[in-house]
Write a protein that binds this ligand. Structure first.
Ligand code: SF4
Ligand code: SF4
Length: 97
């Protein structure tokens, strides 16, 4: 079962989403340590009939992700969360207008 979560926004300036694939996530927590903004946490998701801890953007940062993630420079593909994930469970959609 595909469980993919999108955290971000679409507005007049374009689109920005952090995308987390719960199936690929192995709950290692590396991205949480790597994020300089402390924007990530583990959250239980109900997958394949059991609760599995999966990386997620914190409730607080979901509302202001534009500001939270802007120092990470997605245009240079140098986002610590993505680079830290050996399972390739995190990706980013970034389409400025
Ligand atoms: S680094 Fe990747 S595999 Fe590890 S918790 Fe984060 S998203 Fe999951
Ligand atoms: S892009 Fe940067 S601030 Fe945003 S979740 Fe990833 S590491 Fe954290």
């Amino acid at each position: 079962m595909k469980v993919i979560t999108y955290y971000g926004y679409t507005d007049g300036s374009g689109e920005y989403y952090i995308v987390i694939d719960a199936e690929k996530c192995n709950s290692c927590g590396e991205c949480i340590s790597a994020c300089p903004q402390e924007a990530l946490q583990m959250e239980d998701m109900f997958i394949d009939l059991e609760d599995k801890p999966v990386a997620a953007v914190t409730e607080d940062h979901r509302k202001k992700i534009r500001y939270t993630c802007s120092p990470c420079k997605p245009e240079e593909n140098s986002m610590p969360c993505i680079k830290s994930c050996k399972k390739n469970a995190i990706s980013c959609i970034w389409k400025p207008l």
